[in-house]
Design a protein. Structure first.
Length: 322
C-alpha cells in the first residue's frame, strides 16, 4: 500500500517550520548580545578618553621636570619651551574634565587621577623651573628662602587639590552645594597659579623686559620668592575664584563669530609668536587679578548686599570640616 504524495510533502515542511521557529529567537538573542557587548566595549573606550588627556597632562609635567634637571644651563629658549609645554598640559587638564562631562564618564578614579597629575604638572614642575632658572648659590640665605618658598608653593597646591576632592565628594550629597561648586572655586586653582608663576619667571628673563631695564638676579629672586608665597596663600585661602564651567557664552550673530575668530587668530599668530612672554603674562595674571577684584568688591559691599554673592569667602567652619 503506497503512501500519499501529500503526506510526504507535508512532513518536511512542518519540520523546517518548527526548526525555523526554534532557531530564529536564538539568532536574535545572539545578535542582541553581540550588539550589547560591542556597545559596552565602545563605551569603555570612550570612558578611557578623559584619562588619556589626564595622562598627557602628567607627561607634560614630567617632561619639564626631567628636562630642567638634565640641562647644565637654563636659557631663555628653554624657559619658553617649558612654558609652552606647561600650557599644553593646562589645555589637556581643561579638556579632560570637559570631555568627561560630555560623554558622562565622570568617575572617582578619574577625579583622583586628575588631582595626582595636577600636583606634579602644576605643583612640582613650576617650582623646579623657578629654582633651576635662578642663579642661586648653595648655602646662602637667599637660596634657602627661595627653596623654602618653592616648597610652600607646592605643599599649598597639594592641599588645594585635596580640599577640592573632599568638597567635591560632599557636593554630590547636596544639590545646592553642587551648584555652587560648579560656579566658583574655593581657593586659587593650581593650574592658574602655575601659569601665573611660570609666566612671571619667563617675562623677567625675556628681551621685552630687558628693553625696559635690566633686573639683577637678587631682585629677580625676591620677586619670585614673593610670588610663590602669595600664590600659595591664595590656593589655600577661603577666597572664591570664578569657574569656566559657569560661563555661558551666547553668540547671536555671524558678525560676533567673525570678530571672535579674527581676534583669536591675531592673538595666537601675532601675540604668542612675536611677544609670547608678554601675552602669556597678561593672560595668566588677568584671571588672578579679576578674581581678586571681585573678592575685594564683595568684601567692601558686605554680606548684606546681593551683588556677587557667589564670591563670598567660604565660612571658616566649612573649611575646618574638610
Amino acid at each position: 500500500m503506497g503512501i500519499p504524495l501529500k503526506k510526504l510533502e507535508k512532513k518536511p515542511y512542518i519540520r523546517s517550520k518548527n526548526l525555523l521557529q526554534f532557531i530564529t529567537p536564538s539568532l536574535l538573542k545572539l545578535n542582541a548580545d553581540a550588539v550589547k557587548c560591542g556597545s559596552m566595549k565602545i563605551k569603555k573606550k570612550i570612558d578611557l578618553l578623559p584619562n588619556v588627556f589626564t595622562a598627557f597632562s602628567l607627561c607634560c609635567g614630567l617632561f619639564v621636570i626631567f628636562k630642567m634637571s638634565m640641562v647644565p644651563e637654563v636659557t631663555r629658549e628653554l624657559l619658553t619651551l617649558t612654558a609652552g609645554i606647561l600650557l599644553l598640559g593646562a589645555l589637556a587638564d581643561l579638556l579632560d574634565g570637559a570631555i568627561a562631562r560630555v560623554v558622562k564618564a565622570e568617575s572617582t578614579f578619574g577625579g583622583f587621577f586628575d588631582s595626582m597629575s595636577d600636583s606634579v604638572t602644576f605643583g612640582v614642575a613650576p617650582a623646579v623651573i623657578v629654582l633651576k632658572s635662578l642663579p642661586l648659590h648653595p648655602g646662602t640665605d637667599l637660596a634657602y628662602l627661595v627653596t623654602a618658598a618653592a616648597m610652600v608653593y607646592t605643599v599649598c597646591g597639594v592641599l588645594r587639590l585635596v580640599r577640592f576632592n573632599v568638597s567635591g565628594l560632599r557636593a554630590l550629597e547636596d544639590t545646592a552645594l553642587l551648584e555652587a561648586h560648579k560656579k566658583t572655586f574655593t581657593g586659587l586653582p593650581i593650574p592658574a597659579a602655575a601659569t601665573a608663576l611660570v609666566s612671571s619667571n619667563l617675562f623677567i628673563a625675556s628681551d621685552e623686559l630687558k628693553a625696559l631695564g635690566d633686573i639683577d638676579p637678587t631682585t629677580r629672586s625676591w620677586i619670585l620668592f614673593s610670588q610663590m608665597l602669595l600664590l600659595g596663600f591664595f590656593m589655600v585661602s577661603r577666597c572664591k575664584f570664578p569657574s569656566f564651567k559657569a560661563l555661558q557664552i551666547r553668540i547671536s550673530s555671524f558678525r560676533q563669530v567673525l570678530l571672535i575668530v579674527v581676534f583669536t587668530v591675531f592673538v595666537v599668530f601675532y601675540g604668542l609668536m612675536q611677544h609670547f612672554s608678554v601675552v602669556f603674562l597678561i593672560a595668566s595674571w588677568s584671571y588672578v587679578i579679576i578674581a581678586w577684584i571681585l573678592a575685594l568688591v564683595r568684601f567692601i559691599l558686605g554680606k548684606q548686599a546681593k551683588t556677587l554673592q557667589d564670591f563670598e569667602p567660604e565660612p571658616e567652619e566649612d573649611i575646618e570640616d574638610l
